[in-house]
Structure formats: C-alpha cells, structure tokens
Write a protein that binds this ligand. Sequence first.
Ligand code: F6P
Length: 325
Amino acid sequence: MTQIKKIGLYTSGGDAPGMNAAIRAVVRTALFYDIEVVGILRGYHGMIRGEFMPMGRKSVSNIVQRGGTILKTARSDQFKTPEGRKKAYDQLKSQDIDALVAIGGDGTFTGALAFGSEFDMPIVGLPGTIDNDLAGTDFTIGYDTAINTVVNAVDKIRDTAESHNRLFIVEVMGRDSGLIALRTGIAAGAEAILIPENKDGMAHLFDRLENGRKDKTSRIVIAAEGDDAGGAFEIGRIVTERFPHYDTRVSILGHIQRGGKPTCMDRVLASRVGVAAVEALRDGHRNEMIGVIHNEISYTPFGSALKRSTEINANFLKIVEILSL
Ligand code: F6P
C-alpha cells in the first residue's frame, strides 16, 4: 500500500459529458480513504500558474448529472516544454501534492507521460473524451452521451429531409477518428458514412447515389470531420455538382456534441474508473490509464493508451451497407 496524502485532480483538453461524475467519484473515494484532494483549474495551464482549489464532499455535490467540467479545461502549449513541466512540478510541490489524477484524452496523456518520466510523482489517468479514440478501454467517458446527442439531432434532420425529399450531409466530430460517425451512422439509418479509417467512402457514396434505390424519400450521409474528403461543405459541393437532381443540404453539428447531461452509461463508467483511480494510486500504480475492458477495470500504460489502432470493425461498415438498401 502506497502512502498518499494529497491528490491533485484536473481535467484537460476538450471537455466531455461525464467528467463531473468522474471528478465526484475521485473526490469522494479519496475522502473515503482519508486522502485530501486539491482541484487544479484549467488543466496543465492552471497547474503551471498555480490555480488550485481544495475539494471536499460538498464541492462535488449535485454535479453527477451536469455536463462540462467544474474544474474547467484548457489546452496548454507551455506544458509541452520541459520548462513548463518543471514549473508545474514546483507548483504541485508547494501544495504538498504527492499524486495526480488526470481526466482527458490523448493530449492529456501525452503530457502526463512526459511529466511522469521526468518527475517522481505517481499519475493515473481517466479516459475523458467524446472521440472514444484511446486504446485500453472499450469506451471513453463522454462518448455515449455524444453519440446519443448526434442521433437525436440527426433524427430531427431526418424529419425535415423527409418533408423536402432531401439528401443531407451531416458532419460529426471525432478529430481524426471515425468512431462517432460509425455508430451514429448505423443508429440514424444513414445511406453511407465517410470516415478517415475507410478510404473507399466517397466511391461507395457515389455508387449508392447512382445505382441505389431511387424511391427513397430522404437520405442521410454521416461524415466524420476527419474524413479525407475535405469536410461536409466540400462533400456537399462535390455531390451537388455530380448529382444535381438531388436536393442536397449540409449540416455541421459542432460543439453541441460536447455538451449536455451525461447518459447513465457515462455516469456509471465515470464513477467506476473514478473509484478505481484512487484505489490504483493506493496500490502503487503510476503512469497508467484506468479503463474498462469487457466490463472489468483495466490498467494501460499511457504510452499504449495513446497507440490506438486505426483499424475499425469492418462489420460495422457492412451493417451500414446492408441496412441502407
Ligand atoms: O477531442 C474532442 C473534440 O471535440 C474533437 O472531436 C474535435 O475535433 C475537437 O475536440 C475540437 O476542439 P476545440 O473545441 O478545441 O475546437
């Protein structure tokens, strides 16, 4: 058992619904084990500047259901430098912080990996990103909420597409990952999906529009923002030029995908990994991301969590094809 007295807790990178549930779980578990928690505001940016706030049982009351992050978040260029990380370490030491819990995605863990190799301070991470683009966990905190937000939005787009007999290109987030597009495409009954992991997406879409059933009353194409085709407006332009008889519109869902109340799945995931993070630190884990694989808590070194494969489950693409006949 490692003797930890004070944990520093922060969220970093893009926010994700369920981060607050994770914060609550970490704070309450730490208190359960008589460990103090200091909240670090605005991620690495606030760590360097010494933006700290003590956290108690009440500071995390009534947040399990709230989107965003009460600790705020930011992306920090300064932390990418050794000097920035040294400043952050000195700030943490001035508060007697002896371990860290980081909640975020790949930028957060890239920073944690560098920091953990330079300084003797245990860090564990919780996967918090809507993109679901980390290895070492089946799902990330925020992904389930985001895909439900997308599906709700696309259902609304479907209503108007149906009324006007239109084709809609809907762009969803995911940075360089197509995992939001892949699942939401199936759930929203998409005609086709365009994702960076599949290079045949545009050819497939053209084929569908040329040779597919002609009596459809609406069509939805889900395009991941990272797809090579150049973004929804460019795809809309190409489709309009090639298929002028389709009445085509474009919709970019944007940051609504990052907001809103976390779903039950995200709250439970966040609570499970939040409890496990504090217990992992007590058990001597460091430089690892805590995830859930096949319903069991898993521990993955930061370096491996960052190396997600860009291969996707080909069955998912086939499902879109079969079901959009
Ligand atoms: O990583 C989460 C995410 O929402 C990505 O899907 C998206 O590409 C990016 O963050 C947008 O970042 P920002 O809010 O800084 O524009």
